[in-house]
Design a protein around this ligand. Structure first.
Ligand code: G3I
Length: 405
């Protein structure tokens, strides 16, 4: 399933950008924005957090800095993903119809609609950031929540629930209710969903990660999630999203999984490849190979969480878990970090352009380094002050050259 032609999407966005460019402090005078430069090729988006959609400064970001962040988002991008606000632990805290908290997610959608952005919801079914109650049997003894191996229950609570478990039917029912409620609420506004996130095992020979979803429901939890999401919004683009797909072994598992879903007629409609990269391994060759193989599945490819880590600690680590983040961003920056970041971005954007028949969307995981989960690894095209780096100029140059061919 193809997205609307970026050229058409951008016509509306361009009108907005022209107005905003007058007041945005973030554009170098004669450079086109990312969304303008790539308008004939793919959408260019960013993940945003609740600070940006709420529009009020905090102890981390002054009002002035936040205003500049917002101006950057609006000027540069035509697609938005909710970085955290639609995760189960944020949107569906307690069991039952009154267990939802929509305020932050609603603010994300309102912000995106107001700025004519293509909106992506992230994420419906994930092994992480899902509260314990989801996996618990309907009448667990109170002490079960605090059983050995669990953290105390809470918003960012346990990732491994070891108390009495829900039955397969109970968990499927909760998954269905969650998907119908969340997808249904934003039907027609959220255009694409990360339906299942990071279900593939990082190592070993098993294709699927050993998650509670897998243990309780079985491997068809993935098919069920896609079927429910399709029923809830037949027009939404439904993605399978994972990280580390630049690694050939993990990519082989992805291909096995997606082919099996396709054979069963499961409505998986796009491949989401996160692309949390580092300056040592991100290259044209590596990305070209990855995109060539993923494109063989015949589905559109969305680059969903792009960043390129320049910190010493992250040069061998391609995992995307929050638990590995501290070590992946320590040790200071690699030598010649700015040059290496530029070369890395240049390489992967050359690959994106080469595969633009398949690549429909490229989403950065944050608009600038100040808003990045890996800010110490300076991974984005704009620095902590929102100023474009040489890597920005390099990708704009590539887009301009590609457009003139
Ligand atoms: O907002 C609260 C704040 O109120 C509180 O004081 C503070 C104390 O811990 O936590 C803040 O929330 C943190 C949130 O990031 C906002 O910064 C959470 O603890 C932290 O767990 C959360 O981390 C997010 C992580 O996913 C886990 O959900 C990152 O922002 C987010 O960038 C990251 O994104 C994931 C994708 O969803 C899936 N792919 C990998 C990617 C990177 O890990």
């Amino acid at each position: 399933m193809r997205l609307p032609n970026p050229r058409r999407v951008s016509t509306i966005a361009l009108l907005g950008a022209a107005t905003i460019a007058l007041c945005a402090p973030v554009r170098s005078a004669d450079s086109p924005s990312l969304k303008e430069a790539f308008q004939g090729s793919f959408l260019v988006g960013t993940a945003i957090n609740r600070g940006i959609t709420a529009g009020t400064g905090s102890r981390w970001r002054s009002q002035e800095q936040l205003d500049a962040d917002i101006a950057l988002v609006v000027a540069q991008f035509n697609q938005l993903t909710a970085e955290n606000e639609m995760k189960w632990e944020r949107i569906h805290l307690r069991e039952g119809a009154d267990g939802y908290e929509f305020e932050a997610a609603d603010a994300f959608v309102e912000f995106g609609v107001a700025h004519d952005m293509y909106l992506v919801g992230h994420t419906l079914v994930w092994h992480s950031q899902t509260p314990n109650w989801v996996f618990a049997g309907s009448n667990p003894p109170p002490e079960a929540e605090n059983a050995a191996g669990n953290l105390p229950p809470g918003r960012f609570g346990p990732r491994t629930y070891s108390g009495p478990r829900a039955s397969r039917e109970e968990l499927l029912q909760r998954m269905r209710d969650h998907i119908f409620t969340v997808v249904g609420r934003y039907k027609g506004k959220i255009k694409a969903w990360d339906v299942v996130n990071e279900a593939i095992a990082d190592s070993g020979t098993e294709v699927l990660r050993d998650s509670l979803w897998l243990q309780i429901i079985g491997p068809d939890f993935i098919a069920k999630a896609f079927e429910y999401a399709h029923e809830a919004d037949p027009d939404a683009v439904l993605r399978y999203n994972d990280y580390g797909l630049e690694n050939p072994a993990k990519r082989r598992k992805l291909i096995t999984l997606i082919k099996s879903l396709q054979e069963q007629g499961v409505p998986v409609m796009a491949i989401g490849t996160q692309a949390h990269l580092n300056v040592s391994s991100a290259s044209f060759e590596n990305m070209d190979q990855a995109l060539t193989e993923m494109a063989s599945l015949g589905l559109p490819i969305h680059v969903t969480e792009l960043d390129i880590n320049s910190a010493e600690g992250g040069q061998r680590n391609t995992r995307a878990g929050i638990a590995e983040n501290a070590s992946a961003t320590e040790g200071g920056l690699v030598d010649e970090a700015a040059r290496r970041l530029t070369e890395a971005y240049e390489g992967i954007f050359r690959a994106f352009l080469k595969h633009r028949a398949s690549v429909e969307m490229v989403t950065f995981w944050g608009p600038n380094d100040a808003n990045s989960w890996r800010r110490r690894g300076t991974p984005l095209l704009f620095d902590v002050n929102g100023q474009p780096k040489p890597a920005f100029d390099a990708v704009i140059r590539l887009a301009t050259e590609a457009g003139s061919k």
